[in-house]
Design a protein around this ligand. Structure first.
Ligand code: GCO
Length: 450
């Protein structure tokens, strides 16, 4: 498979993680709790009743983890900064927390790995949830801008590329409509208001960063969806469109100074009053790049329940008997990567694209020191073959980050789903590179063909 792939020599290869999912060190160095700590403490929220207090203990083992990345041949690392580690409740800098990231950046620099940082990967400080109702309060967007300015000042000289938010759809809709993510709200209009404030935070954050520092490549990471209709019936086609408006247009329109689709303005109802004139212009700051995360495609059909009717669609869960599902139950669809990107570039004037996450849940165990994750291996091979064709066809995609370097805390699934190319034994914190890691190592040693 390796020999059929062809990428330009400038193409960036990286691995990705996120603070809450790997760091642990939950109360060290003055770190404050986040809404995910609070969510984990609520019975029934996390499948295996676990939390992020220790996770992969990366806070103490980051040197080992950076060495692992270097051994595997990665030259780029996407990680997130924990807002709760670097900013105190009064808004001042927390030097101990900043030092952790300085040591991490030192280690990366020594190993020749370029950092790619995300400011917000869902771990909102709990005190902002209490004081301002989190993303339901406009004030949170301003606090995010203050945090962005602080990181620009304190760490910005070492960060060539920075994304404001990771997958704001998840914070907004999984967090405030479906309620399976922190803070666990279930209210459709609220989820749209949260989406608005997240995009406002993005815009204010970019402004604040640029006011502190020039020369950083700045962008955002989204998870646009490919929503196919379950049938040609007009109700199913309309439902698929509604799903797409929620997943894509709610986030991409503001980035390019366009108003939301009328359907979403109807759904937000009276809360629309909290969107102020001029907000859309604030959201639409120049973008140096966009990160796209891709895992699967979805199928939508006409809504049935009252909740689904409020949304305008329902998702058809893949038949669990299908052979082409990952261990978390997501359909494997490499062509979807091509379709999703083309669908976006046809509608919005995207800046250069990085695939900032792609990967699969494969819970293969370690047997005699070997973890043979064949499902993930096949998944990565098929998606990289697709990506190679996409790049060759002229789509402006500049890099690929596999999700994830390590098995880690998979949100509401706890530790029950493993996305790492490196296995983590949570009892001993032992790391074992899997077959997929060895495949990427080989690919990275010769990723181009003449
Ligand atoms: C995401 C996430 C990751 C998840 C991964 C698998 O941005 O969705 O960044 O945190 O772990 O997507 O669900």
């Amino acid at each position: 498979m390796t020999d059929v792939l062809s990428f330009p020599s400038s193409f960036e290869w990286g691995c990705a993680t996120a603070a809450f999912q790997i760091e642990g060190g939950a109360s060290e160095g003055g770190k404050l709790p986040s809404i995910w700590d609070d969510f984990c403490a609520q019975p029934g929220r996390i499948k295996d009743a676990s939390d992020g207090l220790v996770a992969c203990d990366h806070f103490h083992r980051f040197r080992e983890d950076v060495a692992l990345m270097a051994d595997l041949g990665f030259h780029h690392y996407r990680f997130s900064i924990a807002w709760t580690r670097v900013v105190r409740e009064d808004g001042s800098a927390n030097p101990e927390g900043l030092d952790f990231y300085r040591r991490l950046l030192d280690e990366l620099a020594q190993r020749g790995i370029t950092p790619n940082a995300t400011l917000f990967h869902w771990d909102l400080p709990s005190h902002l949830q209490r004081a301002h109702r989190g993303w339901l309060g406009r004030e949170t967007a301003h606090r995010f801008a203050d945090y962005a300015a602080l990181v620009a000042r304190e760490l910005g000289d070492r960060l060539p590329r920075v994304a404001t938010l990771n997958e704001p759809w998840c914070s907004a809709f999984l967090g405030h409509d479906i309620g399976v993510f922190a803070p666990g709200v279930q209210d459709r209009p609220s989820s749209l208001l949260a989406a608005h404030h997240l995009m406002l935070a993005h815009g204010l954050g970019l402004q604040a960063w640029r006011a502190e520092r020039s020369g950083t490549q700045l962008g955002i990471v989204l998870n646009p969806e490919l929503c196919d209709a379950a049938s040609d019936a007009p109700q199913d086609v309309a439902a698929a469109r509604m799903a797409e408006l929620e997943r894509n247009d709610v986030f991409l329109n503001p980035l390019f100074k366009r108003e939301w689709p009328a359907e979403m303005l109807t759904q937000i109802g009276e809360l629309a009053e909290q969107r102020r004139p001029g907000d859309i212009a604030l959201c639409a700051q120049p973008l140096d790049f966009i990160g796209l995360n891709y895992y699967t495609r979805s199928i939508a059909q006409a809504p049935v329940s009252a909740d689904e009717q409020r949304r305008g669609y329902r998702f058809v869960p893949p038949d669990p008997q299908r052979p082409d599902l990952t261990d978390i139950g997501w359909a494997i669809c490499p062509q979807g990567l091509d379709r999703v990107v083309r669908n976006l570039v046809a509608q919005w004037p995207l800046p250069p694209i990085w695939i900032t996450e792609n990967g699969a849940a494969d819970n293969a165990p370690v047997v005699k020191d070997v973890c043979d994750d064949r499902l993930r291996l096949g998944y990565l091979q098929s998606h990289l073959a697709q990506l190679s064709q996409m790049v060759a066809s002229g789509l402006d995609i500049r890099g690929y980050y596999v999700w994830s370097l390590l098995d880690n805390f998979e949100w509401a699934h706890g530790y029950s789903q493993r996305f790492g190319i490196v296995h983590v034994d949570y009892a001993t914190q032992r790391r074992t590179p899997k077959s997929s890691a060895h495949y990427l190592q080989q690919l990275l040693s010769s990723p181009t063909t003449p």
